[in-house]
Design a protein around this ligand. Structure first.
Ligand code: BTN
Length: 273
């Protein structure tokens, strides 16, 4: 069984925790080395977007993994990280979040956490930097994103304690990462993800994948993390990359946030920060 030994390196300010950890990995850093910064001056999000990272407003965290699983299962690494964040927010903040495929954490359909995984070549072999940004207060995101972003303190009505969240995150990452590396790891992660996400089944979504866009209903997750979609024209698609936007809120589901009724704008939900 893999036991992830974590070691946290702390910084006041960095351009990006992912960039710093990538540098350390290329110098031979071990699996489990993590970087946390109070602020990022050039925080990066998916799809070349910037990730707003003002001082003290978010948890800006990256961890180095050197997975042993076959590369076709590597998409499960970010889904594993999303499950770990979900469990952390539940335990540390009593916040029941939702997960939008593949790895955005939402509360009341608004984004509360984003995850950026980057595969890199290092002298010790292929590695992955998993970067996690959790909005702790409303200062974490620009005010123009208030309709599509939220933070732990807004979602819970209580102050968010970064150190408690970080400690929980390290524990849950160690737990789920060690399960991922077991022979039945892919099933464990797919099942854990599906039971925590209102997007696994029966959500009407639009998927934008480069030049293509499909609308359809979600029908579960493949063993490698692909999203099964039945399109409105009756085709079956497996989505392995792309942006998912909800076309309808989750109704009365077990996994979605309880704050859902408060959300006014149920329509196509643009990607946030
Ligand atoms: C997304 O676009 O949803 C992913 C956002 C990931 C942000 C985190 S913050 C810590 C780490 N460092 C970065 O530059 N990005 C990630």
């Amino acid at each position: 069984m893999t036991h992830l030994k974590t070691k946290v390196l702390r910084f006041d300010s960095l351009p990006s925790t992912n960039t710093e950890l990538s540098r350390l990995a290329s110098e031979g850093a071990e699996e489990g080395v993590s970087v946390v910064a109070d602020e990022q001056t050039a925080g990066r999000g998916r799809l070349q977007r910037a990730w707003s990272s003002p001082k003290g407003a978010g948890l800006y965290f990256s961890i180095l993994l050197r997975p042993k699983i076959a590369t076709n299962y590597w998409p499960l690494i970010t889904m594993m990280a999303a499950v770990a964040v979900y469990d952390t927010l539940g335990e540390a903040c009593r916040l029941r979040a939702d997960i939008k495929w593949p790895n955005d954490l939402l509360s009341g359909e608004r984004k509360i956490c984003g995850i950026l995984a980057e595969a890199i070549e290092t002298p010790g072999g292929r590695a992955v930097i998993v970067g996690i940004g959790i909005n702790l207060t409303h200062d974490a995101y620009p005010s123009e994103l208030a309709g599509v972003a939220t933070s732990v303190s807004e979602a819970t009505g209580r102050p968010a304690d970064r150190e408690t969240i970080l400690a929980g995150l390290l524990r849950w990452l160690a737990h789920w990462y060690s399960l991922l590396n077991e022979p039945a790891g892919p099933e464990s992660i797919v099942n854990a993800w599906s039971s925590r996400s209102s997007y696994a089944f029966g959500r009407l979504v639009q998927v934008n994948n480069g030049d293509e866009a499909w609308q359809g209903t979600t029908c579960g997750i493949e063993r490698d993390g692909a999203l099964r979609l039945r399109t409105t024209t009756g085709e079956k698609k497996l989505v392995r990359a792309g942006d998912v936007k909800t076309l309808r809120p989750a109704i009365n589901d077990g996994a979605a946030s309880q704050d859902l009724q408060d959300e006014q704008d149920y329509h196509v939900n643009p990607e946030t920060s």
